[in-house]
Design a protein around this ligand. Structure first.
Ligand code: GRG
Length: 305
C-alpha cells in the first residue's frame, strides 16, 4: 500500500486558467511542428492533425511544462518535448481504437481516426505521429546534463516494447481472463504511467535538472500516472460517453479487469488518493516551486473527464 501525504489543495492557484493557457501554447507549438495539412500526401497530414487537434486534455504536455518550471526551466525550452509526448500519446490512442485493438468509434468527442480516414490511413497516421515525436524531440536544445541521445532514449524507452507496448500486449493477453491486482498494476504502470512519468522527466531534463530532482520527478510521475489510470477506470463506470468524449462503460462491457472491478469503487478512490499523496511527497525537494505540478496532480485526482 502506498504511503504519502493527504492531498491538499494547491491554494491560490487557478488550475483551470493554467491548463487553458498551457493548452493554447501547446496547440500553437504543435501546429508549428507538424507538417501543414496540405503537404503531400495531404491525406496523411490531415489524418495526423485530425486526431492531434480533436480536443485532448493535453495533460502530458502540461505535466512536462510544469516539471520544467519546478526545476527553474522555461516553457520555450520544454515545449518541443511537451509536443513530442503528445504526439506519442495521440498515436497510441489512434492505434488503441483500431478494430484490431479496442475497436472504438468515439475519441476526444469525435469519430475515431479509422472511422473517418479508414483503417490503413489510421495505422499510418499513428506511425507517422510516433515518428514525428522523435523528429520534434531531436529539435530540442540539448542540455549539459542531458544530450539528445539521452532525451530520445527516455522517450523511446517509455513508448517501446518494455513499457507502453508491453502494457498493451499484457492488456490484450488479459482479455477474457481473471487477473490479479498485481497483474493489473503491471498493465497500468506500462500502458499509462510510463508516458506520464516520461513527460515529467523530460520537463525536468529540459531545465537541466540535477539527479536528485530527476529522481523526485520520476517518483512524482510514476505515482500520478498510476492514479491517473485508476481514475480513468472509475470514470469509465461513473461518466457518460458524452462527458468523456469516448465510449463509456467499455471496460464493464468487455469484462475487462479494472481497479473498480477487482478492489471495488471506494477502495479504488482511496488508492488513487494515496498515490497522489505519494506524488505530493516527492515534490518536497522543490521547496515551493512545484505549485503547478501539485495543482495538476490534485486536478487529475478530482477530474470528471
Ligand atoms: C502499436 C498497434 C499498436 C498499438 C499501440 C500502446 C497502445 C497501442 C495503446 C495504449 C494506449 C492507451 C489507450 C493507454 C491508456 C492511457 C489513457 C488513460 C489514455 C487516455 O488519456 P487522456 O484521458 O486522453 O489524457 P486525452 O484524449 O484527453 O488526451
Amino acid at each position: 500500500m502506498p504511503t504519502g501525504r493527504k492531498p491538499q489543495p494547491a491554494k491560490g492557484f487557478d488550475i483551470e486558467d493554467y491548463l487553458a493557457q498551457r493548452t493554447r501554447a501547446v496547440d500553437q507549438a504543435l501546429n508549428h511542428f507538424l507538417p501543414p495539412a496540405v503537404t503531400k500526401p495531404a491525406t496523411i497530414h490531415k489524418a495526423m492533425r485530425y486526431s492531434l487537434f480533436a480536443g485532448g486534455k493535453r495533460m502530458r504536455p502540461a505535466l512536462c511544462l510544469a516539471a520544467a518550471e519546478a526545476c527553474g526551466g522555461s516553457v520555450e525550452d520544454a515545449m518541443p518535448l511537451a509536443c513530442a509526448v503528445e504526439c506519442i500519446h495521440t498515436y497510441s490512442l489512434i492505434h488503441d481504437d483500431l478494430p484490431a485493438m479496442d475497436d472504438d468509434d468515439l475519441r476526444r468527442g469525435k469519430p475515431t481516426n479509422h472511422k473517418v480516414f479508414g483503417e490503413g490511413i489510421a495505422v499510418l497516421a499513428g506511425d507517422a505521429l510516433l515518428t514525428e515525436a522523435f523528429i520534434i524531440g531531436a529539435k530540442s536544445k540539448g542540455w549539459p546534463r542531458y544530450s539528445h541521445q539521452e532525451i530520445i532514449l527516455d522517450l523511446a524507452g517509455a513508448a517501446g516494447s518494455k513499457q507502453l507496448i508491453a502494457g498493451q500486449v499484457a492488456d490484450l493477453e488479459a482479455e477474457g481472463k481473471k487477473i490479479s491486482s498485481d497483474q493489473l498494476k503491471y498493465i497500468h504502470e506500462r500502458k499509462t504511467s510510463a508516458l506520464l512519468c516520461c513527460s515529467v522527466r523530460l520537463g525536468g531534463m529540459s531545465a537541466n535538472c540535477d539527479p536528485d530532482q530527476l529522481a523526485a520527478l520520476t517518483r512524482f510521475g510514476y505515482n500520478v500516472g498510476l492514479a491517473f489510470q485508476i481514475i480513468d477506470d472509475i470514470l469509465d463506470v461513473t461518466q457518460t460517453s458524452e462527458q468523456l468524449g469516448k465510449t463509456a462503460g467499455k471496460d464493464t462491457a468487455a469484462q475487462k479487469a479494472t481497479y473498480p472491478s477487482i478492489v471495488g469503487m471506494e477502495k479504488s478512490q482511496c488508492i488513487a488518493a494515496e498515490l497522489t499523496g505519494c506524488a505530493f511527497s516527492a515534490l518536497d525537494i522543490f521547496a515551493g516551486k512545484a505549485q503547478a505540478l501539485t495543482a495538476i496532480a490534485e486536478y487529475l485526482l478530482k477530474r470528471n473527464r
